[in-house]
Design a protein around this ligand. Structure first.
Ligand code: GLA
Length: 410
């Protein structure tokens, strides 16, 4: 009888892990979209900032465009109580984290938080090492929907083990929470993190520049183009439910419009989580137009989830291709130089097969394809005539390619 009881308990335990694990699948079928406090505000976070950001996200059109997670990054925590529970800074978050989560949910948005696998966070606040299950329970109780989990102060820790521990803790806590690994790529998370979380950082931190390397002393931050290049060789690891994360966006933090457009287009093309990192409360119209371009967002949120690839490089202009649902494709020409460049494409010789997905685009036959410019928001060309366009420096031409519907053909 005792043995029967034992087996019953084990079976029940395994079942409950299985059921809670299931809740985690399907949480990020397309790359998560939202906002994170770090790039603009660093440690200067507060309940007012987060609430005002949620208000702005809901009112500005960002929410309608698909942004949903409002994530507080580092420095919301101040210590642990006598029982070891994590405590939010009472001066900056006087109403407490549960009330903040409720507020964000009341706006129809989701709430994210940050911790670290080490003893301390990168900002020197208490980390989750040794408190993983207790922290996960607290997050679930507060109503957290997304956890970004960093990698500072992790001496002697095994990355796979540390991230698995928090993944298990979240599953045990029972609330579906998107798990974002922020390990910077040192332990090649793309090889193992698919089973652990929903997205993993592939690089160190992004710097607020289009094309630069910034030396912080003990560590280096990277410009948009540098991070883009670091994604080489990783596209096969990304797909529905598990994404490469090239870091949060710097759009709206000072780059000129053409660079913002190029940054956004490339993040969309490589299926990056679209996490805005600017001040949403004071957003210039031109930045809002970039962040809410639904046709560019549609490339990122395409249900096939196939990451784009660099197809060609010609005189500083890169051609990137992305297979989309319904046999459509995105073609992006990215001008990496500061001077204008002329792009020409002869469609009579354009036939490409993506070896990874097996998808093929071939404009050499009789069928007519139309090219929709996703920034001009109109059809600008078709395959009858070669394309010739002059691209300004640090800018993109983003095209969606679709066969012309037979019905409307004359
Ligand atoms: C690391 C992460 C950043 C940010 C900071 C917070 O640098 O990579 O994205 O979370 O820590 O301290």
């Amino acid at each position: 009888m005792k043995t029967l009881k034992f087996y019953f308990t084990v079976a029940f335990f395994l079942c409950s892990i299985g059921l809670s694990a299931q809740k985690f699948e399907g949480l990020a079928k397309t790359p998560p979209m939202g906002w994170n406090s770090w790039n603009k505000f660093a440690c200067n976070v507060s309940e007012d900032l987060i609430k005002e950001t949620a208000d702005a996200m809901a009112a500005s059109g960002m929410k309608d465009a698909g942004y949903e997670y409002v994530v507080i990054d580092d420095c919301w925590q101040i210590g642990r109580d006598s029982l070891g529970f994590i405590v939010a800074d009472p001066e900056r978050f006087p109403s407490g984290i549960k009330a903040l989560a409720d507020y964000i949910h009341s706006k129809g948005l989701k709430f994210g938080i940050y911790s670290c696998a080490g003893d301390k966070t990168c900002g020197g606040r208490p980390g989750s090492r040794g408190y993983e299950y207790q922290d996960a329970l607290m997050y679930a109780k507060w109503g957290v929907d997304y956890l970004k989990y960093d990698w500072c102060y992790t001496e002697q820790l095994n990355a796979q083990g540390a991230y698995r521990t928090m993944s298990q803790a979240l599953k045990q806590a029972g609330r579906p929470i998107v798990f974002s690994l922020c390990e910077w790529g040192g332990n090649k998370p793309w090889l193992w993190a698919k089973e652990v979380g929903h997205l993993w950082r592939t690089t160190g931190d992004i710097h607020n520049c289009y094309d630069c390397v910034y030396n912080h002393g003990s560590w280096t931050a990277w410009g948009v183009m540098q991070i883009l290049d670091m994604q080489d060789g990783l596209r096969q690891y990304s797909g529905p439910g598990h994404w490469n994360d090239p870091d949060m966006m710097q759009i709206g933090n000072g780059m000129p419009l053409n660079e913002q457009r190029a940054h956004f287009t490339m993040w969309a093309m490589i299926n990056a989580p679209l996490m805005a990192g600017n001040d949403l409360r004071n957003i210039p119209a031109e930045t809002l137009n970039v962040l809410t371009n639904k046709e560019v967002i549609a490339l990122n949120q395409d249900s096939l989830g196939i990451q784009a690839f660099r197809y060609a490089v010609n005189d500083s202009v890169e051609t990137w291709l992305k297979p989309l649902q319904n046999d459509e494709w995105a073609i992006v020409y990215l001008n990496r130089s500061t001077t204008p460049k002329t792009v020409t494409q002869d469609w009579k010789v354009f036939s490409v097969t993506d070896e990874l997905s097996g998808k093929m685009v071939d404009t050499t036959g009789k069928e007519l394809y139309l090219f929709r410019d996703l920034w001009a928001k109109k059809i600008i060309a078709d395959t009858k005539k070669a394309l010739t366009v002059t691209l300004p420096g640090h800018d993109v031409l983003a095209l969606r390619v679709a066969k012309k519907p037979v019905r409307s053909r004359k």
